[in-house]
Write a protein that binds this ligand. Structure first.
Ligand code: CDP
Length: 508
C-alpha cells in the first residue's frame, strides 16, 4: 500500500488529483495514542475510501501559550503509528500555510454550544478549532471525517458548524478509548507524574460512580461529587451536568445528559465525562398512509429488540368499538363515559406479529376494513379521543425502548424522542403499496378510488385542529419510493446510532 507524506497544500492537491477514491479524514494534533489509532482503523474499515490523517498543532485553539509550547510533539513516531494503523497519506502542513489562507474565513463556534464546559474557561478555543477544521475540510474535501467522543463538546460544535455551513461531509464518531486504569487516552497524559495520573484516575472513577448512582436514583448530586474531589485536594476547573446535545442546563425534561468535568493535575488540564440516561431511547416515526411506516417500524423493532407501537391501530380499534357498540361519540359525555371503561392492549401472536385487543376482543383483522378506514380520520380528530389515546401511548412508552409509528408521535406523543423520522412517498407509490396490502386481505378496490381515498385522509389528517400530521421541526425526512423497507429500516438504525453517544449503547 502506498504511504504518502504531504508537506504542503500543493502536495495535497497533487495527491488529490491522482486519486480515484473519496477521502476519509482523521484530523489530529499529533502525539498519537490509542484513541487516534482507533479513529484511523475505523476510517480504514469504513468503505473503500483513502484514509488521510492530518497532524497539525493548531495554535489558534490554545488559549494558554505555555500549554501550546509544552504540547507533546512526537512527529517521527506519529508517522510510523499512523501508517501502521492504516493511513494512506499524512498531511503535515506548516503553521504558516494553514494560518495564512486568506481565502478561507475565520469561523466562530456556536455561542450556545460553547458557553459551558471547556468554553467557559478556554476563551476562543472552539473558534480556533472551528477555523482550522473548516480550512482543512475546504482543502481536503473529504467524504467522511472521523472524530472521537472524548471531546464531546468539540464534536457537537463541529457537527453544528457543518450543518450551518451546509458542508458536504459526514461525521463519524467513536467512543472514548480508555487505558487499563480507566483513564481516557489523551496526548496530555504524557505530561503527568505518577501521583498526577492517580488523581486523574480518581476523577474518572468518581464520574463512573456517579453514573452507577444515577442508574438507581436518577439524580446527580454535584455538591457531593465536588466534596469528594475537595477531600482529595483535586483542583476542579468545572463539573457540570448538562443536556447531552444542547449542552445547556435545562436537564429536567432531558433523557440523555452528560456529567462532564475538567481538572488540573499539576499544570496539566484534563477532561472526562459520562453519559446518563433516564429511560431507554425512543424512535418516533410519522408519515402519511402508505409511506411504509408499519413495515419499517416493525423491522426496526425486531432488529433493536424494541417494543413496536402502532398508534394507528389504536385509533382504528377505538373507531371499531364506537361503531360496533353504536356509541354516540359526538356526545362528549357519552364518549367520556365509554372511554373510562376502555382497555386497549397489544399481544404478540404466533406469526411473530402482534394482535390488538379492545376490552378483550381481538380486532386485528376487523380494524383494516374499508368501513373503518373511511371513518377513522374523523374519529381521530375528536379531542377526547386523542387525549385518551395519547395518554395510553405514553404509558406504553414510559420506560423507552420503543419504536412508535403514527401521525403525531414526534410532535405530541413523544416530543422528546431521541430520533424523529418523517417517512414519505409519492401518492402513486403509496396507493400501489396499499392496493397490494388490500389484495392480500382479499379486498378489491379501484386504483384511482384508492388514490382519492388516501388523498382525502392526508387532507383530513394534516388539516385537523389537534395534533395534525406535520413533520416535526427536528425530524429527518426520508422519501421511500425507491428503497426497500429493509434499506429504510437500516438507514434509520444508522441515523439512530449516529446520534447517540456510543458509550450508552451498552445501557439499553
Ligand atoms: O396504516 P395507515 O397509514 O392507513 O393508517 P394508520 O396508521 O392505521 O392510522 C389510521 C388513521 O388513524 C390515520 O389516518 C389517522 O387519521 C389516525 N391516526 C392519528 O390521528 N394519529 C396517529 N398517531 C395514528 C393514526
Amino acid at each position: 500500500m502506498q504511504q504518502t507524506i504531504l508537506k504542503t497544500i500543493n502536495d495535497l492537491n497533487k495527491w488529490k488529483n491522482n486519486l480515484e477514491k473519496n477521502i476519509n479524514f482523521v484530523p489530529t494534533m499529533g502525539n498519537l495514542h490509542k484513541g487516534h489509532l482507533e479513529l484511523i482503523k475505523h476510517s480504514n474499515k469504513d468503505g473503500s475510501n483513502e484514509t488521510l490523517v492530518s497532524i497539525f498543532i493548531n495554535p489558534l485553539q490554545f488559549n494558554d501559550k505555555k500549554d501550546f509550547i509544552n504540547y507533546p510533539k512526537t512527529i517521527e513516531k506519529d508517522i510510523k503509528l499512523a501508517f501502521s494503523s492504516g493511513a494512506n497519506a499524512i498531511f503535515l502542513p506548516s503553521e504558516k500555510e494553514i494560518l495564512n489562507l486568506k481565502s478561507l474565513t475565520y469561523q466562530k463556534a456556536c455561542k450556545k454550544l460553547s458557553s459551558n464546559l471547556c468554553g467557559k474557561s478556554r476563551e476562543g478555543h472552539f473558534d480556533g478549532v472551528c477555523t482550522v477544521v473548516f480550512r482543512m475540510l475546504k482543502l481536503i474535501n473529504p467524504q467522511k471525517m472521523f472524530l472521537g467522543e472524548k471531546d464531546w463538546q468539540q464534536l457537537i460544535i463541529l457537527k453544528n458548524m457543518i450543518k450551518e455551513l451546509n458542508l458536504k461531509v459526514e461525521i463519524k464518531s467513536i467512543n472514548t478509548q480508555r487505558d487499563t486504569d480507566g483513564v481516557p487516552f489523551s496526548s496530555r497524559n504524557n505530561l503527568l507524574s505518577t501521583p498526577e495520573r492517580k488523581d486523574l484516575q480518581f476523577f474518572s472513577e468518581e464520574l463512573k460512580k456517579a453514573k452507577k448512582n444515577f442508574i438507581v436514583n436518577k439524580t446527580i448530586n454535584l455538591k457531593e461529587i465536588y466534596n469528594s474531589f475537595k477531600n482529595k485536594n483535586l483542583k476542579v476547573e468545572y463539573l457540570q451536568h448538562l443536556s447531552a446535545f444542547s449542552l445547556n442546563e435545562s436537564i429536567n425534561k432531558e433523557n440523555i445528559t452528560i456529567l462532564a468535568g475538567a481538572i488540573l493535575c499539576g499544570s496539566t488540564r484534563l477532561i472526562d465525562h459520562v453519559f446518563l440516561m433516564k429511560r431507554k431511547p425512543i424512535i418516533a416515526i410519522d408519515g402519511p398512509a402508505g409511506s411504509g411506516k408499519s413495515t419499517v417500524t416493525k423491522l426496526i423493532a425486531k432488529k433493536l429488540k424494541f417494543i413496536y407501537l402502532d398508534t394507528g391501530a389504536m385509533y382504528r380499534a377505538l373507531s371499531w368499538f364506537l361503531i360496533d357498540q353504536k356509541i354516540s361519540y359526538d356526545n362528549d359525555n357519552i364518549l367520556e363515559e365509554s372511554l373510562k371503561k376502555l382497555n386497549i392492549v397489544f399481544k404478540s401472536n404466533l406469526n411473530s406479529d402482534q394482535d390488538i385487543f379492545i376490552n378483550d376482543i381481538c380486532v386485528t383483522d376487523q380494524i383494516r376494513s374499508q368501513k373503518i378506514t373511511s371513518i377513522v380520520s374523523s374519529i381521530a380528530s375528536i379531542s377526547k379521543v386523542r387525549e385518551f389515546l395519547v395518554k395510553e401511548q405514553r404509558k406504553i412508552g414510559d420506560k423507552g425502548g420503543i419504536v412508535a409509528e403514527g401521525r403525531d408521535i414526534g410532535t405530541t406523543v413523544f416530543p422528546k424522542a431521541e430520533i424523529k423520522i418523517y417517512l414519505n412517498a409519492s401518492i402513486d407509490e403509496r396507493a400501489k403499496r396499499r392496493k397490494i396490502e388490500l389484495e392480500i386481505q382479499d379486498q378489491v378496490i379501484n386504483f384511482n378510488k384508492l388514490k382519492d381515498q388516501i388523498k382525502k385522509r392526508d387532507l383530513d389528517d394534516s388539516t385537523r385542529n389537534i395534533s395534525p400530521l406535520v413533520k416535526a421541526e427536528d425530524a429527518v425526512e426520508i422519501t421511500t419510493d425507491d428503497y426497500t423497507a429493509e434499506q429504510i429500516a437500516d438507514k434509520i438504525i444508522q441515523i439512530f446510532y449516529e446520534k447517540l453517544p456510543k458509550e450508552i449503547r451498552n445501557d439499553f
